[in-house]
Unconditional design. Structure first.
Lengths: 424, 205
């Protein structure tokens, strides 16, 4: 290796200057020309590197690098020419030439390969033309886009306007619906209060009874205490009775207050028999005063129904009040009112109130449930109409049928609460 | 159980009222029996026992109406005190006309009820006494011969022995003997006494 390098760098040969016979003019000519060529060759790659660094987008830029290498190698051969003027290291100059050949031949071959591709590159003019075309296409596209945008905006505006109108309409409809519901609730409440008005004496009786029991038990407890010795067991028993009856009075008042209250209807799971018993609790006095015998036919353990307690009670109260009234003229035979509750095959609970009164006149039958239709002297004709509204609001049905032995039966259905939520 | 002791029979369909009145009357030392309806009361042989009835005017149902009719017909002779939930005037008048001892509005003063009950029981006792007396008079009257009855009817009408004899076609002595028999059998102390008994019997004069 060392030998090789020594050989390479040895200058056993004659310097090149001898060939020029050391004629100063010729030596200078070669020297200056070679130096200038070398300087030029060395500067070209720098410029090329600068150029391709600035224009990284240019196609085939690796070709410039090949050129650069090739020119750089050529520059080196010219520098070696200067050197060999005085030093005979022709091995080295030959080696550098060989390297230059190595760099130049592939470059030449690559260039050959590159030419068709380079030829295919569009000319700047074609590029300009295309760019112009593209620009005009782009402008056209932009125009269409703008038009489209305008149209979209127009459509959107139209849509949002329609939407706004729709929302307003929905709101309006909702308001009307709410107003209707409120009016219905108000009507129902008025009817309730009116029914309660008719039942005032009955209700008063229902409160007075427990109060009388309280007073009587109170008197009794005073007397038991006044005995010698005081009978404390009996006193306690009397006071227990007082508390129980005071609570009973309070319960009645609570029920009345619920009926008169101005609360929006609340659907809940109801036990029909319980609701019926509560209603009967309010009219017991009325029944007794009119000498009406009440017959209850309530099937036990009915499935709970969905409904508003107060409104359902209102319907029952209304039907009972009607029944009692229908029997006012009955004399010489028992006045009997039957209240029944049972399940139907189609998953409903049927509640019926049957009287043995004057019955339904055939000409009234069709108008029974119309508002302001009445056969009574003092009736408003709202009870049955509102009752039907209430029942239908509960997805139920209310209808009347004449009894074979006189009187009428009013009955209505209520849907049974679904098994899923039948927790009541 | 001594049937001689007067009993207050309370008939009210309201259980609470029933037991409260029972409690009050017991605290007053009275004997009480309660019934939910007249029918229940009539089931037992109570109506001939001494005492009185405390009755709610608004008795439930058919039996209530019947019972009131029965009261009016005199089948139940027990004095009645009516109680009512309301100061219902027409009902009160009707009740008093039907022979009620008193008409009390619930809630009533205990003393009022006590007074009314005492009055009613007093009336019942007098009635019973009279009834017993009346039964005695009837028995004694039944022991008279037809002739003696004829004599009695004329005597109480104020006829003298002579007039009786003439009317019945007998001697005055015979008439006198018959009259003596009548007075003895009827246990009459005097003629006015006999007249009173005759009135009780309703003998046509």
């Amino acid at each position: 290796m060392k030998e090789f390098l020594q050989e390479l760098f040895s200058s056993d040969f004659m310097p090149h200057g001898y060939c020029y016979s050391w004629k100063p003019g010729l030596v200078w000519l070669h020297l200056v020309s070679d130096v200038l060529i070398a300087v030029a060759y060395f500067s070209i790659p720098l410029t090329l590197v600068y150029f391709i660094r600035k224009r990284k987008d240019l196609p085939f830029n690796w070709m410039f690098l090949c050129f650069g290498t090739f020119i750089l190698a050529c520059g080196s051969t010219h520098l070696m020419e200067v050197w060999t003027l005085w030093h005979g290291t022709y091995w080295l100059s030959g080696a550098i030439k060989a390297l230059t050949a190595l760099a130049s031949v592939p470059t030449a071959i690559l260039l050959l390969y590159l030419v068709p591709h380079a030829v295919a590159l569009p000319s700047p003019q074609a590029m300009r033309l295309e760019i112009a075309e593209r620009k005009s296409a782009e402008r056209a596209l932009n125009l269409v886009k703008e038009q489209l945008e305008f149209m979209v905006q127009e459509r959107t505006a139209e849509l949002s306007k329609t939407n706004k109108e729709l929302i307003a309409e929905i709101a309006q409809r909702k308001r009307s619906e709410e107003a209707l519901q409120a009016a219905q609730a108000q009507m129902a409440r008025m009817a309730r209060v009116s029914t309660m008005g008719e039942l005032t004496s009955s209700i008063a009786h229902e409160i007075n009874q427990p109060l009388a029991a309280v007073v009587t038990n109170g008197d009794a407890s005073l007397r038991w205490l006044g005995n010698d010795p005081p009978n404390l067991a009996k006193t306690r028993e009397s006071i227990t009775g007082m508390i129980k009856e005071a609570n009973r009075a309070s319960e009645v008042i609570k029920r009345i207050r619920a009926l008169a209250k101005k609360t929006p209807p609340q659907k809940a799971h109801l036990k029909v028999n319980e609701v019926i018993d509560e209603a009967i609790g309010l009219v017991g006095g009325q029944l007794a005063r009119q000498g009406v015998v009440l017959r209850k036919e309530l099937v036990p353990n009915l499935p709970p129904v969905i409904g508003d307690r107060v409104q359902v009670q209102q319907v029952i109260l209304n039907l009972i009040a009607n029944g009692i009234e229908a029997m006012e003229e009955v004399t010489g035979r028992p006045r009997e009112l039957s209240i029944g509750a049972k399940s139907t095959d189609d998953g409903r609970v049927l509640i019926s109130v049957s009287d043995c009164g004057t019955g339904i006149e055939p000409e009234s039958a069709d108008h029974l449930f119309e508002a302001f239709f009445t056969t009574k002297q003092e009736g408003m004709g709202l009870g049955l109409s509102i009752s039907r509204t209430i029942v239908e609001g509960h997805q139920g049905r209310l209808w009347a049928t004449p009894n074979t032995q006189g009187g009428a039966t009013f009955q209505f259905t209520l849907p049974v609460a679904s098994a899923a939520g039948a927790s009541a | 159980m001594s049937t001689a002791e007067p009993t207050v029979f309370v008939i009210d369909d309201d259980k609470a009222i029933r037991s409260a009145i029972k409690n009050l009357l017991e605290s007053m030392g009275l004997r009480v029996e309660v019934f939910p309806s007249p029918r229940e009361f009539l089931k037992g042989a109570h109506k001939d026992r001494p005492g009185c009835l405390v009755l709610d005017v608004r008795l439930p149902g058919e039996s209530g109406l019947d019972f009131q009719r029965e009261l009016a017909n005199g089948n139940v002779e027990l004095p009645v005190i009516f109680i009512t939930g309301h100061g219902d005037i027409p009902m009160g008048v009707q009740a008093m006309k039907a022979g009620a001892v008193d008409f009390l509005t619930k809630p009533f003063r205990d003393q009022d009820l006590l007074d009314a009950i005492q009055k009613a029981i007093g009336r019942d006792q007098a009635r019973r006494q009279q009834k017993t007396e009346g039964a005695g008079i009837r028995n004694r009257f039944n022991s008279l011969t037809p002739r003696e009855r004829e004599v009695m009817s004329l005597v109480v009408a104020g006829l003298l022995n002579k007039q009786v004899a003439a009317k019945l076609g007998m001697s005055e002595t015979t008439a006198k003997i018959h009259r003596g028999q009548v007075m003895r059998k009827m246990e009459a102390q005097s003629l006015p006494d006999l007249v009173r008994m005759s009135e009780r019997l309703g003998t046509p004069s």
